[in-house]
Design a protein around this ligand. Sequence first.
Ligand SMILES: *[C@@H]1O[C@H](CO)[C@@H](O)[C@H](O)[C@H]1NC(C)=O
Ligand SMILES: *[C@@H]1O[C@H](CO)[C@@H](O)[C@H](O)[C@H]1NC(C)=O
Ligand SMILES: *[C@@H]1O[C@H](CO)[C@@H](O)[C@H](O)[C@H]1NC(C)=O
Ligand SMILES: CC(=O)N[C@H]1CO[C@H](CO)[C@@H](O)[C@@H]1O
Length: 883
Amino acid sequence: MLKPIYWIAICLLHPILANSANYRLPTSLKPEHYKLQVVTHLGDNDGFKFSGKVWIKITCEQDSKNVTLHSKNLEINTKQLELNEITEDGSKLVSVESTEFDTEHEFFIIYTTDILKKGRQYELYIPFEAELNQGLLGYYRSSYVDQKTQQRLWISVTQFESTFARRAFPCFDEPEMKAKFEIILGHEKKYNALSNMPVKTTSDMKDKPDWVWSHFEESVPMSTYLVAYTINDFEYKESVVKMTDDVLFRIWARRDALDQVEYAKYIGPKVLKFYEDYFDIKFPLPKMDMIAIPDFSAVVTMQWWEDLWLNEGFATYVASLGVEYLHPEWNSFDEESVSNTLDIFKFDSLKSSHPVSVPIGNPAEIAQIFDKISYEKGSSIIRMMHLFLGEDAFRWGVSNYLKRHKYGNAAQDNLWECLTDEAHKQGSLEKSITVKEIMDSWTVQTGYPIVSVERNYEKGTAKVSQKRYLSDTVQARADTEHCWWVPLSYTSAEELDFNNTQPESWLKCKSSEKNVAVPETLEDLPKETEWVIFNIEMSGLYKVKYDEKNWDLLIAQLAGPDYNKISSINRAQLIDDALDLAWTGEQDYSIALRIVEYLKHEKEYIPWKSALDNLSSVNRILRRSSQYGLFKKYMQSVLEPIYNSIGGLTVSKKENDRLDAVKHKVLVASWSCRFAVGDCEEKSKELFSKWMEAEDPNKMNPVPLDLRSVVYCTAVRLGGEKEWNFLWNRYAASNVGTEKVMILSSLGCSREIWLLQRYLDWSLDESSGVRKQDSGIVFGSIATGDIGFHLAKSFLIDRIDDIYAFLQPDTSRLARYIKPLAIQMITTKEYDELKTFVENRTVIFEKATQSISQSLETVEINSQWQAKNYASIGRILNDFSKQ
Ligand SMILES: *[C@@H]1O[C@H](CO)[C@@H](O)[C@H](O)[C@H]1NC(C)=O
Ligand SMILES: *[C@@H]1O[C@H](CO)[C@@H](O)[C@H](O)[C@H]1NC(C)=O
Ligand SMILES: *[C@@H]1O[C@H](CO)[C@@H](O)[C@H](O)[C@H]1NC(C)=O
Ligand SMILES: CC(=O)N[C@H]1CO[C@H](CO)[C@@H](O)[C@@H]1O
């Protein structure tokens, strides 16, 4: 978990926050240097706690009568606190008038008797202590059971991103307040101490035998949220990476799990090296430690605020560039870009979505803003920029930016400037357009456009226009106050060029009135018997709506043997666009379902993913309706050929190298088992019972690794108590985080009511073995299972107070309880119920407001769909079933 491999990008791309003055620290004081000393008690005679001292060197930039910094849940000994002015001949005590905790803002304020003077330097000393709790935030403790001794062992770790450093030591906890850090950790000798920098010296503690001080080297200037330290008894694997300077790279894990880190050890250094070469910039640290924390599942979220979309989005994007460079054969880059983009098409079509770049008010809002929009949309629009700028302009623009603003504070506008300069130099952008103008339209506005292409077949022209795409068609479409700068790339049946993603033209916005779009007429389109496709390789974040004749031409191409003359990414987009337009009622479902039909000969993963992900919303709505039988039959006929062509559940020795081959198999298998295609159910039961018969099922598992989630779920669904308990015992015995989570999800597939009820009860009881952070997974898997919807709903309503208490302090996790129910609700009655329920409990849902309004909107959209499409999709499916 600690610092993922894209740390370098994060470390160097420091954003500036937009103004949301209220919750911001005054700018009158600037921290320069922290000396932080922390003594950690991991269950010794003093129990679980830490006590620390921090000395902060501060420059005064503006006269002030107070020092305001962050602190939360820390006990501060205000009597011993000291403020000194640093003078030429030593230091001079500044007298403190009073101190105050402002809990709402998470401030600690020290009022001084005299004025702190601009240009002078001060040193603040604060002693503090706190419990070392298990809350997963700030400085906390985590545990694991050693396989050999069966003993519970403790470690301590930090999680400071986004606003949690303030729970570990008093500090100026805002990202642009960078300072150097000198860290000293006190701990029992038997443990390792790790931090960002290498250990400089260790020394014995004078008054405590068997205790030592680990004294770390001073760091480069960095933000508080990047500070990290841990006390543990882990072991490590290491390698030395040959970079500009050699970098020592170590991965730490508990002894039992050390063999699980081989791959990370191999790939991590290579990715670092790639960044150094690609952006032509030196890695700033002499070593890099990564640590595998037992409590954390692989779904760790990294969170940060406001313009951090640039950090996170950039980091996500650059990480995928790195993986593509190392493993081009995996085809992971295309796959990831497309699934990101498809995800965003879904999420960002809600009114309740938010822009990528937003000013933030209070700290409670910060965590919920960092949802998929920040990561995935951030990453998608950076990909779009990369593709419209071209390789050289992108790479050198970013490189110049990184060099110019190395340890300083740079805003996103600085990055746009560097990119504009480079693009104008390389000629990939007209001189009259700037990157800022384009990118602002994507980051400051919520949503994305749908581009309409209306061809004039006689004249060989096309009228191209844009409007915001929203799933809610009733209210939303009246909203015209949006305009995006849209890069237009296209190709035709004759040209068939899916390589060139540089735009041939732009859809522009009026420069006088920002939100007014200017339609464009394109000349020289192909002749009338040829289709055109816009948005090559989904390089832009927009949907496309064609006129009916162009759709017909496209369907004819897809239905024939040359369907793959259209690139697979664009096939995926055609499917997604057609299904979405049908969903919103703008286009007949028969166009969409005729497109989906060609999948009978589709072999590639990406189009399948687009179709199945999308049809899952239709599936969710229909599954509790009387028309489900027709839908099932249609799905069976579409899935049968691909299930056979991937070889069913049999895994051949020589699997395809491409990463998506595995994903493809898993995707097809899970749908096939759900719809009882081929021998999917039989084979699952067979594999599972072989496992149950194994002598030591914890060591021996005949179920192919990648198919486990499908096989477990199917076997539990078709099985009973025996199968359930068997799998539960495997959960208890497993020490692999991802495996545990996967088993938890599979256990929700059962169709035995009492088993599910017991499972729900266990989800709120840590002594059952379900970890706090996984309770939402248990709930979600039951809620979305075959019969669990009503059960889960009643549980939520009856036990809401217990759930709230159990999830503390991170109650934003309540979103995971609401969402899986909401996606299946379709009637206005259900909408009203949900609304009343959450509105009656504002305090409980206060940290999940964003997801709640998204959930409510989802229900609204579902019911619109129901009203508009339910009858007609029945008719169309019926016609298909007669073919
Ligand atoms: C602390 O000082 C700064 C700078 O003078 C000022 O803006 C801020 O309001 C003061 N804070 C309090 C709580 O007095
Ligand atoms: C597109 O790129 C591929 C691989 O580089 C190449 O084989 C193909 O000929 C290119 N197609 C066109 C139309 O340029
Ligand atoms: C609102 O919540 C209170 C308890 O918090 C409960 O007694 C009451 O029945 C709820 N009202 C509705 C309409 O659900
Ligand atoms: C995964 C995905 O893109 N699903 C979408 C399919 O289309 C419907 C209709 O717009 C969306 O609501 C889904 O989110």
